[in-house]
Design a protein. Structure first.
Length: 156
């Protein structure tokens, strides 16, 4: 269930996605929030340089592995504008991060890509829980998903 605190962080993730798009990257943004409510890391997509692994969720997983204890990681929440791709979901699972809350789902993104004439993703579009069966996830958020769709529409 997405509550008011979750929604506030999701709004920030969508703002980061817009920053990415404005910087000529794909519109994805994420943040890591620890159990005490502190935002520990914010990042956005950075694939325009040619390295398509520069996803914010992957960066968060790497940062968390270096800076948080296993307990802190498992109690943290990742907020993201779009549901993790399989690469990012695997990284999330491997480092033992906690809950994931997303504004838009990977299924929505696949549908929008078709509607908007965007190229298909080079990897399968699958739910996080297919990659990380024990993951705790919430999303999408209907209103914010429409904002994310509008960002993808601007890519065309």
């Amino acid at each position: 269930m997405i509550d008011a605190t979750d929604r506030r962080h999701l709004v920030r993730a969508v703002e980061l996605a817009e920053e990415a798009l404005d910087a000529h990257d794909e519109p994805f943004g994420s943040l890591l929030v620890t159990s005490d409510g502190a935002v520990r890391l914010e990042d956005r997509n950075r694939v325009s340089g040619g390295d398509h692994t520069q996803h914010p969720e992957f960066a968060i997983a790497r940062w968390a592995a270096q800076h948080l204890t296993p307990h802190e990681r498992s109690a943290a929440t990742v907020y993201t504008s779009g549901e993790h791709c399989p690469m990012c979901a695997a990284a999330h699972g491997w480092v033992g991060l906690g809950r994931i809350v997303f504004a838009s789902s990977s299924a929505q993104l696949a549908q929008w890509a078709g509607e908007l004439g965007l190229p298909p993703a080079p990897v399968a579009t699958i739910p996080i829980t297919t990659v990380v069966p024990g993951a705790v996830v919430d999303g999408p958020d209907d209103e914010l998903a429409q904002r994310v769709r509008a960002l993808h529409a601007r890519r065309t």
